[in-house]
Design a protein around this ligand. Structure first.
Ligand code: GDP
Length: 473
């Protein structure tokens, strides 16, 4: 597989439509690089140097400098370097968002010498390369653009504002200080140094290991909030799983998307549950493949395999039992009920299920997916479970006093690597024979942290981060 390389030509001038697809009310076209000023001047019919006041919106007439044909009346903004999003000279046009207007402006720009369309994420990449933001902030920006719920937006904004980056940078600085102490020990041996320097370094590293461990032991809530909590609806055929999913989808105005499938496949609906993103997956009825006999076809067997897979993979399970069979429960479904399962007995409109309402020690709620009976209580219980699983991510509402959450597997991997190197260092601490090896472990640990924010060794992670961006950002 050939990985597509992003353009690394950081000197050229790039432009792109930064707003959504036309037609729309207003379209924003952004230009960044040394050619921005001349391009802006040419399009608004001015002289070679840029005539606009910095950072002020000015009403302008846009025309194609090649043909002199009018394109639109709009606004122009001029952000001279370094006070711009990318740190370079940046110009912006706000024009009417018609396809022909946008194409006219983009055509005029691409006809100019030294100008090219931006690659996905290239504006943000330049901002990173010019020291305007670190990698975690760039990721926060991507997450903010993708955020679908208020809790996601809150988390992304904190990361964009640099909270996560600052935490990792502070850890890296402490590590580098400890490293400096160890290296001083190597260079000057004992006679020139005050005693206990290395012991102090080891103590600091020990403290850091504790802080990193606490940060990692987060039940993945930051990652869950970013990607959405996966809820699998499980239950025997005809218990009312699809009806419950439809009810949820219908009740919630914030459905984002629906992955269509056959009734035997897994269907996913993205919902906003109390501000949290959840992905509810309806699964094929759980039935033992062997029970099907000759009639059980391959497709259904595959559906059941997927259902079990989803049920295992899910953060929360919603077990739906058929109230008409109650108190008899489907053994396949009952076998999957655990502490992370919310149990419901459906079809209460046909008669309330007999007490005790519980399966496998988990309390059950009586509902009717048909009439909506009991749904309020059920939704409140589900929202409470989701908030619990999102853990302290929900506490971010309460202010910045709480530590920011790590939001990507990339962060976790680097932190694990950092912690492992620090533990090797501590295990060898006090062993006078290997100060050079000890220093190397600290260096590796600091480098792992630096990879998260992009302070060092970043080339290999750049592509992975910026290729998720859309063009014009
Ligand atoms: P699934 O196989 O578990 O997805 O079950 P469905 O949602 O397809 O429902 C199976 C049958 O039960 C359908 O005929 C539904 O109309 C019916 N059903 C679902 N929920 C209820 C309910 O709360 N009350 C009643 N009376 N019927 C229901």
């Amino acid at each position: 597989v050939v990985r597509r390389k992003l353009a690394t030509d950081t000197s050229g001038t790039i432009f792109a439509l930064s707003s959504g697809a036309p037609p729309c009310g207003v379209a924003v076209i952004r230009i960044s690089g040394p050619g921005s000023g001349p391009a802006l001047a040419a399009i608004i019919g001015g002289k070679v140097s840029c005539p606009l006041k910095p950072r002020r919106a000015t009403v302008v007439k846009l025309s194609d400098p090649g043909t002199s044909e009018a394109i639109d009346d709009g606004l122009a903004l001029w952000f001279p370097a370094p006070n711009s999003f990318t740190g370079e000279d940046v110009a912006e046009f706000h024009v009417h968002g018609g396809p022909a207007v946008v194409i006219g402006a983009l055509d005029a720009l691409s006809a100019m010498a030294g100008m090219r369309m931006a690659e996905p994420g290239e504006f943000t990449r330049r901002a990173f390369e010019n020291g305007k933001m670190d990698l975690t902030a760039a990721e926060g920006l991507a997450d903010l653009v993708e955020a679908e719920t208020s809790a996601q937006r809150r988390q992304a904004l904190r990361q964009l504002q640099g909270e996560l980056g600052k935490l990792y940078e502070s850890w890296r600085e402490r590590l580098l200080k400890a490293l400096a102490h160890i290296e001083a020990g190597i260079d000057f041996s004992d006679e020139d140094l005050p005693g206990g320097v290395e012991a102090a370094a080891a103590e600091e590293v020990d403290k850091l290991v504790g802080e990193i461990a606490a940060h990692l032991k987060d039940n993945r809530h930051g990652e869950r909030l970013r990607s959405g909590l996966l809820i699998a609806i499980i239950g025997p055929p005809n218990a009312g799983k699809s009806s419950l999913l439809n009810l949820l989808a219908w009740r919630d105005a914030a459905i984002v998307s629906e992955t269509a499938g056959t009734t035997r496949d897994v269907i996913e609906v993205h919902l906003d549950l109390g501000g949290y993103p959840v992905i509810v997956a309806d699964t094929a009825g759980l039935r033992d493949v062997d029970d099907m006999g000759d009639g059980g076809d391959e497709v259904e067997a595959e559906g059941i395999r997927r259902a079990r897979g989803k049920a295992r993979e899910a953060d929360l399970r919603l077990a739906v039992f058929d109230g008409q069979a109650w108190p008899q429960t489907d053994p396949h479904t009952a076998g999957l009920v655990d502490a992370d399962t919310l149990v419901v007995v459906n079809k209460s409109d046909l008669g309330q299920p007999a007490a005790p309402l519980e399966v496998g020690g988990q309390p059950a709620l009586a509902i009717s997916a048909l009439t909506g009976d009991g749904i309020e209580t059920f939704l409140a219980a589900a929202a409470e479970r989701v908030a619990g699983l999102m853990g302290s991510a929900s506490s971010s509402v309460m202010g910045p006093a709480l530590a920011p959450a790590l939001t990507r597997a990339r962060h976790r991997e680097a932190l694990e690597e950092c912690r492992a190197a620090l533990k090797r260092f501590l295990a060898a601490a006090g062993d006078d024979k290997t100060p050079e090896l000890a220093a190397e472990d600290l260096r590796l640990a600091a480098r792992a942290l630096g990879r998260i924010t992009g302070r060092i060794d970043v080339e290999d992670v750049l592509d992975a981060i910026f290729r998720d961006f859309c063009i014009g950002k």
